[in-house]
Design a binder for this molecule. Structure first.
Ligand code: ZN
Ligand code: ZN
Length: 155
């Protein structure tokens, strides 16, 4: 069973600055989140979300690689630091970071790993008061922002 709604354009993504872009040529399955300490460090975040695929193609630039253990390497953009991939060693299965996809809602995580390291405050944080960026900007009196992020489509 999969709830992933894969379409032709759902499987494209890249880093924040646009120096690295990629495409998924195979329908992903097994989208998951991982709370392990390595993912926390690699993402600089409480957890990472991954979309594994058997066919992953770099369409612009090149990944920089950090071999985080004997069984895994992680790809990122050297120019802007965005975490982009996780690859099991040895193997051809690459997982891309869900947030680096042009449509971060294209695939739904249905499994959690590394739960022994899950933030003890995570559920509490997700139930905390909510503010949209537009409301935050209004509150701060910021009329417009010069956005340096690559857009969520090919350029
Ligand atoms: Zn970049
Ligand atoms: Zn992990």
């Amino acid at each position: 069973m999969t709830n992933d709604k894969a379409g032709a354009t759902d499987g494209m993504g890249g880093c924040q600055c646009g120096a690295v872009r990629y495409r998924l040529d195979a329908v992903p399955s097994g989208t998951h989140v991982c709370h392990c300490r390595m993912c926390q460090k690699a993402g600089g975040a409480p957890f990472m979300a991954f979309v594994p695929t058997s066919s992953f193609v770099i369409t612009r630039g090149a990944l920089s690689i950090f071999k985080s253990s004997d069984i895994a390497e992680r790809g990122f953009c050297a120019a802007c630091g965005t975490p982009l991939t996780y690859r099991s060693l040895p193997g051809n299965l690459t997982a891309v970071t869900l947030g680096s996809l042009d449509d971060p809602n294209a695939f739904v995580p249905h499994t959690q790993y590394g739960t022994e390291s899950r933030g003890t405050w995570l559920a509490e944080a997700l139930a905390a008061p909510e503010t949209a960026v537009s409301d935050w900007l209004k509150r701060k009196g910021i009329a417009s922002v010069g956005n340096h992020q690559h857009p969520d489509h090919e350029t």
